[in-house]
Design a protein around this ligand. Sequence first.
Ligand SMILES: [Zn+2]
Length: 151
Amino acid sequence: MPNIIDGSLPVVQARTAILTCMDDRVDPMKLLGLPPGDAHVIRNAGGRATDDAIRSLVVSVTVMEKPEIFVIHHTACVMGWVTNEQLRNLARRKSRIDVSQLDFLAFTDLDESVREDVSKITSSSFIDDSVVVTGYVYDLSSSQLREICRR
Ligand SMILES: [Zn+2]
């Protein structure tokens, strides 16, 4: 069992933490050409930098020797098609559960959503300034990654 108190937490092989959408059309390991074990993949609707996503990124950068973070959003993302209000209405109709207080973090500008999430990560007091964070848009139709911003 690792002893965290004396700093002997084992360093993992992975060097990259990827925050991306839960959409199964996005296969981040394949599109980056990474074998299993080379990256941590954190997924949620839209690949948004929520508090819980940042919690996972903090774990990743803590156990990686030279960590870097990729934020990858994608074209044709459902979270870019619908508004918070539409999702609330759909959820209410489907389950009859009141989700009126839930922010689904839907977005209207794909590139801007990447910049927002990279900024949220780089401005987090929990992520060291030395960690390189790069934001991309993955184009589902061309299978190409387009860099949006980097810190
Ligand atoms: Zn998506």
